[in-house]
Every structure is written in structure tokens, then in C-alpha cells.
Design a protein around this ligand. Structure first.
Ligand code: ADP
Ligand code: MG
Length: 322
């Protein structure tokens, strides 16, 4: 039933920032090296993502907007299970079903571009269009057909803040991709391709890098690298806590605890430390599908992870760096 599937989509696409995350991940999946994000009114009025990736083939455009496990949702029970697990591989279809979406794309090697549009569940025919390369996706009027969900939206400024945070998380982890963010016509961030340290500096400020210790420790197939701020760095440090597991932003209690404990032990620092840390490990040792739209992970051996993070950071922080 169409209505139920729209309600389900509204549950999964919690807010504009959740949609933006999916759009950015699709651009990255397509191998883009340059991504531009343009938002209107906190992303509520419109989100446009322009990339230079591989593009979508003409015959796949329709599929990209319609693949729908949601069509299998017949009852409220089904709805609940979808809402708690999230859609897998159907993000775009979900977003399209609760917005006015335009998808314009030119696949590498194709003579020209094609476009498809949708307004809720009404999908237009595929038409020829003009675009040099890559993909432009425009999502307008999110939740226009799910008024109950629209009521959960916060102010434009709050929704923009969530979108910006999503953008920041991706920017920190992909210094190999140039990124641009614009809001209501104003360019706010422009990050060029460079080394991780340069990206951290551009995103978090040169002060963060100047007052941080570089971390890079490996043991038994695990690697922890990034930068951890000294206690002298106080500015917004509560909000400057970024942890990635195999490139994906996570919030994890085990990791957070190990970090806090290392800071306390070495520096007797018990306020909120600032850090950008990347944990890399064999993908079979971590389950990232606890909730695809959320930021949880589950480790096979969380005690081993705790020990490794604690010891790595302990070692890095204990080295006086002047
Ligand atoms: P998933 O990413 O899990 O495959 P999505 O619903 O997010 O599912 O996207 C559907 C499909 O649309 C993708 O598999 C991809 O083929 C295509 N697609 C979406 N955005 C882009 C993009 N920016 N560049 C190239 N292909 C895209
Ligand atoms: Mg996707």
C-alpha cells in the first residue's frame, strides 16, 4: 500500500540530513572525486548534490528511484520492522517517495545525459538532457506528502546544522575528494583534495592540528590513526569527537570509553577531549549492519578493541611532542 510505504520511508529518512547522507554516499560509491552540495532552507526546501562520478545508465534511472521493498509492506507490523532496521539498498527510492526528486545523469561513455523525475510515487518518463558528466540529484520539498512526518522537522537552522554535521563527517574521512557546501546561495565550505592533516585543518581549524598529537599505531591486524588534541585545545572539543571504523563514522561506547580512559591515565584530562580517529580492521571482525542508517557497530571481540584503542592512544599521548 502506497500510503504505508510513504510512512515507512518517512520513518527511515528521519530528517534532511539522513537523506543527504545517502546522497553523498551514493556519489562516493560512484567514484566521485568532486562533490558539490547546495541546500535551500536547511535542506527542507531543496538538497542538490552534484558529482563527477560514474553516472547512472539510462536503463537504470527508473530502477534507482523505484526499487521498493516498501511495496511488500502490507501491515503496521511490517512497517515497524522496516522502521527499526532501515531500508537496505533502497535509500533513493525511499527519499523519492516522499519528495519531488530530479535525477540527471550521464554515464561514462554515454553520448548525452538522461533525466528522470518523481513527485512522490508518480515517476516521469526518462528524457534526454544536457550534462557534461556525473550526476546531479535534486531532492525538493521533503515530506511534502507525509504531513505527520513534516511536523517533526525542527527549524531551518537546526536542520541545516544536522546537514552540515553530516557533510563534515564525510569531509574529514575523504580528503581524497574535493567537497563544497552551499546554503541559501552562500558558499560556506570548500575543501580541496589533499593529505588528511590538511583536511583536518580546513575542516576543524589549524588550531586543532597545531594542538594535536598524530596517532598511528598497529597491532595484530588492527590500526588506529588520526589526531588527538592535547588538553590545551578546548574550543568546542565536546563536538570535535570523530571516530571512524573502516572509513565509516560511528558512535561506539567501547571506543569512547577506551579513549576517555587513555586521556585520563596519561594526561589526567577528564573533560571532553577532541579527536579524529580512524580504526581499521578486518571487516569480518565488525558488524556494521546493526542499523544501516545509524552509526552503531558491533565488534566480534569488543574487549580486544578496547585494549587496542586504549594502549595505542596511551602510547601516542605519552610521547612528549613539545
Ligand atoms: P544503493 O546505494 O544501496 O545501491 P540507493 O537507493 O542509495 O541504493 O541508490 C540506488 C542506485 O542508484 C545505486 O545503486 C546507483 O546505481 C544509483 N545511483 C544513485 N546515486 C548515484 C550517483 N550519484 N552516481 C551514480 N549512481 C547513482
Ligand atoms: Mg546508496
Amino acid at each position: 500500500d502506497q500510503l504505508i510505504s510513504q510512512i515507512a520511508a518517512g520513518e527511515v529518512v528521519e530528517r534532511p540530513a539522513s537523506a543527504l547522507k545517502e546522497l553523498l554516499e551514493n556519489s562516493l560509491d560512484a567514484g566521485s572525486t568532486d562533490i558539490q552540495v547546495s541546500l535551500l532552507q536547511g535542506g527542507i526546501k531543496q538538497m542538490r548534490v552534484t558529482d563527477n562520478g560514474a553516472g547512472v545508465a539510462k536503463e537504470d534511472l527508473m530502477l534507482a528511484l523505484t526499487r521498493h521493498a516498501t511495496s511488500k509492506i502490507a501491515s503496521l507490523e511490517d512497517l515497524e520492522s522496516v522502521a527499526s532496521l532501515g531500508f537496505r539498498g533502497e535509500a533513493l527510492a525511499s527519499i523519492a517517495s516522499i519528495s519531488r526528486t530530479q535525477l540527471l545523469s550521464r554515464q561514462v561513455g554515454s553520448k548525452h545525459a538522461w533525466r528522470i523525475g518523481s513527485e512522490g510515487s508518480d515517476i516521469s518518463a526518462v528524457e534526454p538532457a544536457a550534462l557534461d558528466a556525473g550526476t546531479v540529484i535534486e531532492v525538493s520539498d521533503l515530506y511534502f506528502n507525509t504531513p505527520a512526518r513534516r511536523k517533526f522537522l525542527k527549524t531551518e537552522a537546526t536542520e541545516f546544522g544536522h546537514c552540515e554535521e553530516m557533510f563534515t563527517r564525510i569531509a574529514l574521512s575523504r580528503p581524497d575528494v574535493s567537497l563544497m557546501l552551499q546554503h541559501n546561495g552562500r558558499a560556506l565550505s570548500r575543501f580541496a583534495v589533499g593529505q588528511p592533516e590538511r583536511r583536518f585543518s580546513e575542516v576543524l581549524g589549524s588550531e586543532f592540528v597545531a594542538e594535536s598529537i598524530a596517532v598511528d599505531e598497529s597491532a595484530a591486524g588492527l590500526r588506529l590513526w588520526g589526531m588527538a588534541a592535547k588538553p590545551t585545545f578546548n574550543r568546542n572539543s565536546r563536538d570535535t569527537q570523530y571516530v571512524y571504523v573502516n572509513g565509516r563514522f560511528v558512535r561506539d561506547k567501547v571506543i569512547a570509553h577506551a579513549i576517555r580512559q587513555a586521556y585520563q591515565d596519561v594526561l589526567h584530562h577528564d573533560r571532553h577531549p577532541a579527536f579524529v580517529l580512524f580504526l581499521e580492521l578486518d571487516p569480518s571482525l565488525v558488524d556494521v549492519n546493526v542499523h544501516p542508517a545509524k552509526t552503531e557497530v558491533r565488534f566480534r571481540d569488543s574487549q580486544a578493541i578496547h585494549r587496542f584503542i586504549f594502549h595505542s592512544l596511551h602510547k601516542a599521548l605519552a610521547i612528549p611532542t613539545g
